[in-house]
Design a protein around this ligand. Structure first.
Ligand code: SF4
Length: 904
């Protein structure tokens, strides 16, 4: 059987077809009819079904679980008891401390219908605007940038604009990795129109930057200076569209005066790039008949993110390159339904259908629609503020849904302190295996991808109807149903009202109310219905009553949703980073994404093959910075910031300038010792959007002298071993816990001890062997106490099932390959019982996998290239890059034999 849905990962919003037998999801493929992807999926979307295997499903949260006292264990309870208990706690907090003593922290992974009822629950029923979302961490500067300049949070472009652009400016976005299917479209457009110019602005030479005609490797946080200087050049070289500016904008003269100072030379000094390159970028942008910009977290996750966004939008307004094919400022959303959340006002400073909280008429409209006396006028707490208020004890009851703030917020030590002392924490989630779950007093099992229905909106304003393919496991329920059931119970405990605010029996009923709220607004979907979405497929808003298809491009008439109808130029001055480097923290930490992981890895992290491209947490550093500190490739280093520190393996990278370092944001406390990278990031945020500067912090890196190493590897046929081993992460100076394998999953625990740390005692090794299930009578064991070497191996059914190595880890890759892929164990005994024996040669270690679809490793690709194959021959030989294409940028880079080092 087949059911149409969307990929739940990034904001590209690819359509998928779920293959299932009505009880179990068995496969997934791209939906050829979906306009976001036309059948394509990336490595993440293409392995969605592997996040629903029986082994993974066995670990799902199946029943409500309640902790009656903070120190007590959670116990299984019925839904009635769980929701009555929660309603009682919330009602008591509201009556004793007021509506603002409770808060909701929700997620861009929810459906629009889920978002709508959460928002109505907080702002309509309870009377608090304390409902914020993890979209605050990824999108809110895009929202405020659009509102400041264009008057509304309405991205004007469509993906099809990529096909028409003559110049594409990608800023602060590694599209090749974070939005891979969109990057495929960019590659197609460039192949079809070879004269198209690609400019990439990024401090790192990412695979996206590597593909560019011009890479501007600006210093972190200097975007505004760059775009102001580009505008300076556009003015100086008469490339602005003065007629457009006169007819459709306001505030240009003030900005013109401001950018007078931003000469290319001045900006080059600030940005650390060549002045000539800034001039070239401005000329390409200005001279191109159609110019499109794509941008993401590099602009948004900044203490001046609103101005970063406005500065790039200014380039489009000044040249009139907006509202036309191939033109416009196009913010890419990070999450699958960040846009839907924005539509229903699912942030603490927004109201439904792009209404303003500060506008009394808008508040009155919403109150009328909901049938309440009023909605509060004061903005609620934003993400960082919210957890600060929890820390101060002002929030007595906190409801978290489908997100993991204990991993994703900045300054995590403080967030953990806050969660630990919050009197009542509810977590609505698919799995209890997240950092936040540790703090939950009440765990509510939610339906996940493939198990629920509703609508989602992608980056290009396209709404897709999502249907459930299989029932949710155990007692898990759809998110909107949980909210509605809770809201009705809370209503019964609050002052009586004539009728429930939550009469919904279906997701469609919620959608219809949301639709009514949009009529007459810029995102009007008065003509849209579930039936139309099913008949005609996904549609872009607005789609007004009477229309049958959506609107692909906005502002073609030059009329903007501002009081004057004109777009606004705002004052965008370069400002320094929130946290400057200093002699004790002389390096810049840049955070970003991996190709095959998504967010906190709660979904992609359970799929073994998605670990293969980046198997371990690591910090990338410029080789000169490593040399200066005596750090060699693979060494353990301590990364120290002003709020915390973590240990990581070091990896040399010429994609970074000196003094720049890079750590992927995904690795958290489930995969490595400590809290993960957000132990170091700072809560400083943009004054308008309140989006924190997650992209940058000042750090120092020091070599960590290790005394011993240990590796435990075990095939996990039943599932659950990764979660069972997590407590071991805290038992060593440093440890990582990852997955390996392809057809079978192997859990890998690597641990290190400092130079003064005693070698693990036999008792500890025995305990670890037992924890990994190696301690059977068939286990082969070798000990060399004098050298501190211990080796254990378990062979079951003539196949290596697991191994434990202490102080002799050279055989790790060989053994891992044997466990994951099978193979002869004949040489194992010989090696095992010889203390210093070199691991037998069964070919070179495969190392990281570049092509996930066809399981082709970097070492195999390099060997073929060394043998003289070109890219085409390579692909013919082993098919790499011929399916999803996510690895194509890297294959091209490898085939070019060397990455162009980023400018020093
Ligand atoms: Fe999913 Fe990949 Fe498409 Fe993003 S690009 S929606 S992760 S398949």
């Amino acid at each position: 059987m087949e059911t149409k849905s969307t990929c739940p990962y990034c904001g590209v919003g690819c359509g998928v077809i779920i293959e299932h037998d009505a009880t179990r999801i068995t496969g997934v493929r791209g939906d050829p009819a979906h306009p976001a992807n036309f059948g394509r999926l990336c490595t993440k979307g293409g392995t969605l079904h592997l996040s629903m295997t029986p082994q993974v499903m066995a670990q799902r949260l199946m029943h409500p679980q309640l902790r009656r006292e903070k120190a007590a264990a959670r116990e299984r309870v019925s839904w009635d008891e769980a929701l009555d208990h929660a309603a009682e706690k919330f009602a008591r907090a509201i009556s004793e401390h007021g509506p603002d003593s409770v808060a909701f922290y929700i997620s861009g992974q929810l459906m629009t219908e889920d978002y709508y009822v959460f928002n109505k629950l907080a702002k309509g029923l309870i009377g608090t605007n304390n409902v914020d979302t993890n979209s605050r961490l990824c999108m809110s500067s895009a929202v405020s940038g659009y509102k400041a300049t264009l008057g509304a949070d309405s991205p004007p472009c469509s993906y099809e604009d990529i096909d028409h652009a003559d110049c594409l400016l990608i800023a602060g976005a590694n599209t090749a990795w974070a939005h891979p299917v969109l990057f495929r479209r960019i590659e197609d457009a460039r192949a079809a129109r070879p004269d198209m110019k690609l400019i990439v602005v990024d401090p790192r030479r990412t695979d996206t930057a590597e593909a560019a005609d011009l890479h501007l490797a600006i210093l972190p946080g200097t975007d505004i200076a760059l775009y102001n200087a580009m505008l300076h050049v556009l003015l100086w070289e008469d490339l602005c569209d003065l007629d457009y500016i006169r007819a459709h904008t306001e505030g240009f003269d003030a900005l013109k005066a401001l950018v007078r100072d931003y000469t290319p030379a001045m900006a080059a000094d600030i940005c650390g790039v060549k002045a000539d390159d800034i001039v070239t970028a401005a000329r390409w942008f200005g001279q191109a008949p159609a110019a499109l910009s794509l941008y993401c977290q590099g602009l948004n996750q900044s203490s001046h993110g609103t101005d970063n966004n406005a500065a790039i939008i200014h380039l489009h307004l000044a040249t009139g390159k907006i509202g036309k094919p191939g033109c416009g400022p196009f913010s890419l959303t990070g999450q699958p339904n960040a846009m839907g959340g924005r539509e229903v006002g699912g942030l603490s400073n927004l109201l439904p259908a792009h209404r303003d909280m500060a506008n009394p008429e808008h508040r009155a409209e919403v109150a009328r629609l909901w049938g309440v006396a009023d909605v509060p006028a004061e903005p609620g707490l934003t993400a960082v503020e919210l957890f600060e208020a929890v820390h101060r004890g002002e929030i007595k009851a906190l409801w978290i849904a489908c997100t993991n703030p204990a991993q994703s917020l900045p300054d995590l030590t403080r967030v953990h302190e806050a969660l630990a002392k919050c009197p009542f924490v509810v977590l609505q989630e698919v799995s209890a295996d997240t950092d936040t779950a540790t703090f939950a007093d009440l765990l509510l099992p939610a339906a996940g991808w493939g198990e629920k229905e509703g609508t989602v909106t992608n980056s290009e304003r396209r709404i897709t109807r999502v249907k459930a393919a299989v029932p949710a496991p155990g007692e898990a329920r759809a998110d909107w149903k949980i909210v509605v059931d809770f809201a009705r119970r809370l209503e019964a405990r609050l002052p009586a009202r004539a009728a429930t605010l939550f009469p919904y029996e279906t997701a469609e009923a919620i959608f219809n109310e949301h639709r009514a709220s949009t009529v007459g607004r810029d995102l009007d979907i008065g003509g849209l219905s579930y039936a139309l979405l099913e008949q005609s497929g996904p549609q872009q808003w607005p789609l007004r009553e009477g229309a049958t298809v959506g609107t692909s491009r906005l502002y073609g008439d030059g009329v903007f949703p501002t009081a004057s109808g004109r777009a606004r130029f705002t004052s965008t001055q370069h400002r320094p980073l929130a946290e400057a480097t200093d002699p004790r923290h002389p390096l810049h930490l840049n955070t970003g994404r991996l190709r095959d992981q998504w967010h906190g890895m709660s979904r992609t992290g359970v799929v073994a093959r998605l670990h293969a491209h980046a198997p371990e947490p690591a910090i990338e550093m410029n080789p000169r910075d490593m040399e200066r500190r005596g750090i060699a490739e693979g060494d353990l280093v301590r990364l120290k910031g002003k709020r915390g520190s973590i240990l990581l393996r070091a990896a040399a990278s010429t994609t970074l300038r000196p003094a720049q370092t890079y750590v992927p944001m995904h690795w958290g406390g489930r995969y490595m010792s400590g809290l993960g990278i957000n132990a170091l990031t700072l809560p400083a945020n943009d004054p308008v959007s309140h989006q924190p500067e997650l992209k940058h912090a000042a750090v120092q890196v020091e070599k960590f002298a290790t005394g011993w190493q240990l590796v435990a590897m075990r095939r996990d046929d039943e599932g659950g071993l990764h979660a069972a081993l997590q407590p071991w992460l805290a038992r060593f100076d440093h440890a990582t816990l990852t997955l390996a394998g392809r057809e079978s999953t192997v859990v890998v625990l690597r641990a290190w001890g400092g130079e003064n740390s005693p070698v693990p005692a036999p008792e500890l090794l025995a305990e670890l062997a037992a924890a990994t299930g190696l301690d059977s009578p068939q286990m082969l064991a070798f000990n060399d106490a004098r050298r501190g070497i211990a080796k254990r191996a378990l062979i079951a059914d003539d196949r290596l099932a697991g191994a434990l190595l202490c102080n002799e880890t050279r055989a790790t890759d060989w053994l891992l390959d044997l466990i994951a892929r099978g193979g002869s164990t004949a040489e194992l005994r010989k090696w095992l019982f010889a203390p210093l024996a070199t691991p037998p040669s069964s070919g070179p270690a495969r190392g990281r996998i570049v092509c996930n679809c066809f399981d082709v490793s970097e070492s195999e690709i390099r060997a073929d290239l060394e043998a003289g194959l070109d890219l085409a021959a390579l692909q013919k030989k082993n098919k790499c890059g011929t399916n999803c294409g996510s690895c194509l940028p890297e294959l091209r880079r490898l085939a070019a034999k060397a990455t162009v080092p980023v400018a020093a």
